[in-house]
Ligand binder design. Sequence first.
Ligand code: SAM
Length: 280
Amino acid sequence: MAGIDQLPPLREVIGTYGLSAKKSLGQNFLLDLNLTAKIARQAGDLSDCDVLEIGPGPGGLTRGLLAEGARKVLAIEKDARCLPALEEIAAAYPERLQVINGDALEVVPLQHLTAPIRVAANLPYNVGTELLVRWLTPKVWPPFWQSLTLMFQKEVAERIVAQPGSKAYGRLAILAQWRSEAKIAMHLPPGAFTPPPKVSSAVVHLTALETPKFEADAEVLSHVVAKAFNQRRKMLRAALKGVTPDIEDRLQAAGIAPTERAENVSLEAFCALAREVAKK
Ligand code: SAM
């Protein structure tokens, strides 16, 4: 049988290619192929899609994505030590895996991909958050991706799906939920990884919406929300003082009490405020 079954187990791959985990690259590998197949399934129907995978490492998730039928996987990996292991997978799935050795924060992958495109990754958390924000804030919408299936530290995952009134609610929730459907698809304990990280993890699945949930200018909304949550304990009339001198009037016009705090303001109300602020 072609594909995943003819490849050696991942523990063997790690030994063969000397892939001792590097902390500096956030390497916590998933070696259980049942688990990586399950994560790949969270990404949705892959059969007609190109998949962009960031940080494939020894290729556990890559194998899952290919076995789940991805038309093509483009994998961007910073650690050149992983390339021979990924070459083996490419040989088992002719013409379906392309690997770029580079930093995902610098490589521009779009020229290698054909729509529809889904993104899947088990990434170091700092890189993951930075990429997520970039993927959520392009100038044009809808974005190049149809869905994002990303592993995060549990606390970050909770921030992405958080609702008003909770401590986790903030800029990330607003950015994610304004233009996509965001949900936690799976929880993973530290022991699912080799070596185990200190924290629990979760897979977040985001589906891009054709149009934002509520009308607002992306830059104004982003600016207002960043200011509001920078000083989340302050009342909005104080936290947003620098946005415009008549912020109290604008808050009231948007139906928000100037004495309210950011963490109690809904996405819809922030969008209303962004529209008010954008008025001359
Ligand atoms: N996806 C593999 C798995 O699930 O076993 C590896 C996951 S490990 C948490 C993160 C991977 O991202 C490592 O292989 C690491 O070398 C790679 N990586 C770290 N920083 C990166 C970057 N800036 N660009 C691309 N890959 C990166």
